[in-house]
Every structure is written in C-alpha cells, then in structure tokens.
Ligand binder design. Structure first.
Ligand SMILES: [Cu+2]
Length: 128
C-alpha cells in the first residue's frame, strides 16, 4: 500500500471512530431540548408562531441578508410574569445577532419588533 493510500485509510478509520463515538454519546446522553429557532428578517419573523413545552427555549437568529435593524420585544405575556424584561432584547441589530430565552411559565407570549410593530409579529405558545 502506498504511503498516500495508508494515510487515507487511517483518515477513513478515524472518521469511523468519531462517528461511532458520536452515536454512542447521542444514545446515552440525556436529550437536551433543542431551542426552537425563529429567524429575524426584513420585515417578518419566520415562522410567525411557535409552540414549545414548559421550560423549552426559543432562539432568535438575525438573518445575514437584513438591511434594517430589528429587535425582539415581548408586548404581552401571561399575567404576573416574573422578570418580564428578560424576555426582550435591547439589541437593534441588522445582522449577525441572536437571542435565546427559556420559558418556564406556560401561556401565550405576543412578540413584536418595536421598529416594525405592525409588520413583525410572533406568538410563542408555551404548553403546560
Ligand atoms: Cu424590525
């Protein structure tokens, strides 16, 4: 076997080892709930509604194609919601920003972009 072929074989084998290790990890690790992602675009949230379980998270990702600034602002949440300010971002980024938030309290959360409040709306529903 040539030296190049040998190193290719080694690379292939180590690739298999990594794949097996990853499979093993995903089989044994506790399934961490992945955040639902919402893209922040000129001039809409995509999708416009998401449903998560209690304790789940939403991650907003600003599109790299944006030309205008946007924020993520909780307009209305469940009654008596604690730490309400933590549900909004102060960022008015155009691109390359993200905001992740966990929702321990079930209910309906109405979001807007304060810069485009009539166009950009999102409903987050948190199930019990
Ligand atoms: Cu906006």
């Amino acid at each position: 076997m040539s030296r190049a072929a040998k190193s290719r074989t080694v690379a292939l084998l180590s690739g298999c080892v990594v794949a097996v290790a990853l499979l093993g990890a995903s089989a044994t690790a506790k399934p961490a709930p992945k955040p639902k992602t919402v893209s922040v675009n000129d001039f809409y949230f995509g999708p416009t509604a998401v449903t998560i379980n209690k304790g789940g998270s939403v991650k907003w990702i600003w599109s790299s194609f944006n030309s205008y600034p946007h924020d993520v602002h909780l307009k209305q949440g469940p009654q008596g919601l604690k730490q309400k300010a933590t549900y909004s971002t102060k960022t008015t980024a155009v691109t390359d920003a993200h905001f992740q938030k966990a929702f321990p309290t079930p209910g309906t959360y109405k979001y807007i972009c304060t810069i485009h409040p009539t166009e950009m709306k999102l409903t987050v529903t948190v199930k019990k």
